[in-house]
Design a protein around this ligand. Sequence first.
Ligand code: PDD
Length: 289
Amino acid sequence: MNDSDQIVYLNGEFKAIADACVSVLDRGFLFGDGVYEVIPAYGGNLLRLQSHLQRLQNSLDGIRLKNPMSDQAWAQMLQQLLHKNTGTDQSLYLQVTRGVTGKRDHNFPDKVTPTVFAMSNRLLTLPPAVAEQGIEAVTLDDIRWRACNIKTTALLANTLLQQQATDKGAGESILIRDGKATEGASSNVFAVLNGTIVTPPEGPLLLPGITRDLVLELAREHGMPAQESEITESELRSASEIWMTSSTREIVPVLKLDGRQVGEGKAGPLWHKMIKIYQQYKQQLREGC
Ligand code: PDD
């Protein structure tokens, strides 16, 4: 499928991506005044849709915007979008902005209809044998605001941080605030400390990742010690394994941090165990279980 064949959803209609247009007075364009979700779908089955819709609701509440659609309507629209596009595995993107206003004004307009947009892209995930080659990460100062639990489309800080990481030849950044790791520019962080899988606790300083939750849940189910607690910068540097998680990248091992080898410099034993469990979970989802 060419990009031009991509079918997207905009304000109640499915159309070719080239025909989907939004006004320059949309507050998403002017202020980044909107929220979004990214939901992976394996073999036509959406991963943890309910959790994504709950997080969407939390983000909308966080920016004081009424949810324009019921959970049922979201589910129906996303299923339709999946079917209108190709790819065994797809990554669904949806965003809601506050809508089109009469003039640029920081205040929220009284009456405005939110703009709802969704698209689907092929999701090409790496098989474990490739994923184990891992990535390099760099630590960067977490320059973002104090409402990182809201999944807002206002991602300028995240894009600047990602570009800084890329410029240094790294695949992700690990952000540090007040001497502690928060997350990556577009993923959550895990560290293996003294044999325990640790990820920073939820709160305003990081996005409550759906993959993060799933990894914690799978770890506990399979008797792997896991906990949510702060990771200091020095703990991060002494970790035997570091992983980054997200809907599109799944679970990626970090083999080098700031140019120095993490643990033994290869994907560790707990990553290998977790990726196997994660693949099984995905396979069951593909089979509709
Ligand atoms: N990003 N933290 C940040 C800042 C993120 O942007 C993301 C995901 C995550 C992981 O969340 P989840 O496991 O629910 O994907 C954590 C998406 C993929 C993106 O912006 O494209």
